[in-house]
Design a binder for this molecule. Structure first.
Ligand code: PLP
Length: 364
């Protein structure tokens, strides 16, 4: 059964993007590839709202988080990891695995970090040299208020590493205006492209930090990547087919227009939240910080979340994201980022209402 893929990544591909990959390899050291790499980099910078360098690696969001840390810190660095969910925890664990002195500001699931909480955590940990922050926490459907949080970090002169994996492209991320040092994103989210490419913006301040950072790295060494990029190539064999896809996807995004894309995501997120309530369900996230790219809903106590998800997939052709970690069995997630339109969500809620009814009938 063809699925209405409502995961918060991988997200569906427009037909043009699918077709773009139906072609042979080209010389990855030749002019055609160089031009494609340059086109992708220019449009990524536009969506990142930055004049900073943007590097593209074959890899995933997790790799990008690791790269951000490896290029920023030294074995004795103290850092603050702000975590509001599974991906914030992952960012912190990567720092743990490098042996950094990781202080955590951990919020209950469903909550965002408030500016005052960040201020206090930094006052209490005045020796940290950097802060790691998830912009959009995909596991809970919470968007941290980046525009209010970033200045608190920057006024202390600290390095700010942002996980924008499921936010950049779907909602405003003002990389330059907020002076964000490294922002990581992943091709399978808002970019209407397959999984497998990770993008990172690197500020002048982050370059300075990279020059002093003593954590080991080679593949992820930004300096090596930049030297190659300046010649129009990559230091490794690039994921050529994924570039075919990204190149077309970015062009489609540019044609639609950045503000229009943000507005579409905002409208669809509103529609999703309204429909969750109309279906008699509760939202998982604090509504003040509800995400424009993914919505988490609480499954009712009388319904088995994994059975509901299976029924939606097998009988209605609608695939939702499951609850992760401690949210397993309590939460389902509806992705509404990238190539998504109102009709996809109408269909999702029609199916959800019917599947909920069927699940309840089974229990009676
Ligand atoms: N950070 C966030 C916010 C994510 O949503 C994800 C993936 O869903 C990741 C990090 C990890 O990315 P990947 O699965 O591409 O390694």
């Amino acid at each position: 059964m063809k699925q209405n893929l409502r995961l918060p990544g991988p997200t569906p591909l427009p037909p043009e993007v699918q077709h773009a990959m139906d072609r042979d390899m080209i010389d990855h050291r030749g002019p055609e590839f160089s031009e494609m790499l340059l086109r992708c980099t220019v449009l990524l910078k536009k969506f990142y709202r930055t004049e900073n360098d943007v590097l593209i690696y074959p890899g995933t969001g997790t790799g990008g988080l690791e790269a951000a840390i490896a290029n920023s810190f030294s074995p004795d660095s103290a850092v603050l990891a702000v975590t509001v969910g599974v991906f914030g925890d992952r960012f912190a664990r990567i720092a743990d695995s490098f042996g950094l002195d990781v202080r955590r500001l951990s919020l209950p699931r469903g909550r965002a970090v408030e500016p005052e909480q960040l201020r206090h955590a930094l006052d209490d940990n005045s020796d940290v040299v950097g802060v790691m922050l998830t912009h959009n926490e995909t596991s809970t459907g919470v968007t941290n208020p980046l525009a209010e949080l970033a200045p608190i970090v920057k006024e202390r002169g600290l390095l700010l590493l942002v996980d924008g994996v499921s936010s950049v492209g779907a909602m405003p991320v003002e990389t330059d205006a907020l002076d964000l040092d490294i922002v990581v994103s992943g091709s399978q989210k808002a970019w209407m492209s397959p999984p497998g490419l990770v993008m990172l913006s690197v500020s002048p301040r982050a370059w300075e930090a990279a020059g002093n950072a003593r954590l080991p790295r080679y593949y992820w060494d930004f300096k090596i990547a930049k030297t190659a990029l300046e010649k129009g190539y990559t230091h490794y064999t690039p994921a050529v087919s994924l570039f075919y896809a990204l190149d077309v996807a970015l062009q489609l995004m540019d044609d639609e227009g950045m503000e229009n894309i943000w507005a579409r995501h905002h409208k669809l997120a509103d529609y999703t939240r309204r429909s969750v309530r109309e279906a008699g369900l509760d939202l998982f996230a604090d509504e003040r910080y509800a995400s424009d790219s993914v919505t988490a809903l609480k499954t009712p106590d009388d319904v088995d979340a994994s059975r509901l998800r299976e029924r939606l997939r097998d009988e209605f052709g609608v695939t939702l994201g499951d609850g992760q970690a401690e949210m397993a069995g309590r939460v389902l997630r509806i992705g509404h980022m990238g190539y998504v339109h109102e009709n996809d969500l109408h269909e999702t809620f029609d199916a959800l209402r019917q599947a909920l009814g069927a699940e309840r009938e089974v229990r009676v």
